[in-house]
Design a binder for this molecule. Sequence first.
Ligand SMILES: [Zn+2]
Length: 272
Amino acid sequence: MRARGWAVVSAAIAVTTVTTAGAWQVGSADASRAKVTVVGSGTATATSAKGGDADRPHGADRPSPRVTPDRPVPVPTSPPAMDDRIPAAGRTIYLTFDDGPDPRWTPQVLRLLKQYGAHATFFEVGVHATEHPSLVRQVRQAGHRIGNHSWDHSDLTKLGPTALSSQLDRTATALGQPLRCVRPPYGAVNKTVTNAIHSRHQHVALWDVDTRDWSKPGANAIAQQAISGAHPGAVILMHDGGGDRSQSIAALATVLRNLHSRGYQLKSLPTC
Ligand SMILES: [Zn+2]
């Protein structure tokens, strides 16, 4: 590692202040961006609905998250060139689950995936991972991959450098093991966020099929979104946390049955 050109940013002073009650409805608006940056397969998903998942404003019903130990984090002044695209892999689909882990929903997702021999990627929120470390272990032990979905579901594009570093690094500490990918909440990225992620030698991992399960349109509608959007290399967005995910669970059973019968292999994201 070159000593020159590296700045040391201390995460110690980077305790964020964004856990205001109501500021975050988990999973409610990952899809609210008008345009989602393409990952890999060449189509962008345009969405316009607003989040309706107001039943669980973050911070309203939970104690303050534990603050993880801080240590200086080296950040290169110019990030390395990293390719976030998913390499083509034949008839493969990548299911992804955001906003967990959640003790009610995550185990149900794990059971269904196991039933079909499927692997997926879980983009977990640091606060929840800290509250449920055994679930983080379960996900990993079942052979799935875990990515960083920020500490408390903040829009990373709205943060200064210290808060941004904190969102990335506290979560990485909470999730354990070297993390290889980050899914910024709401799919919100700009050059600063992308550079911060790449400077940690991690990939930006977005999606191209939004099931819109966060809007609770019914299990059938969720399943249809996934099934009709399925194509080789598709990255499908669902949620295993952040509210009542009973519709997502019911839909997942249908999605897995359908994709399995069409000969798709379900794998974890290779960039994670
Ligand atoms: Zn999310």
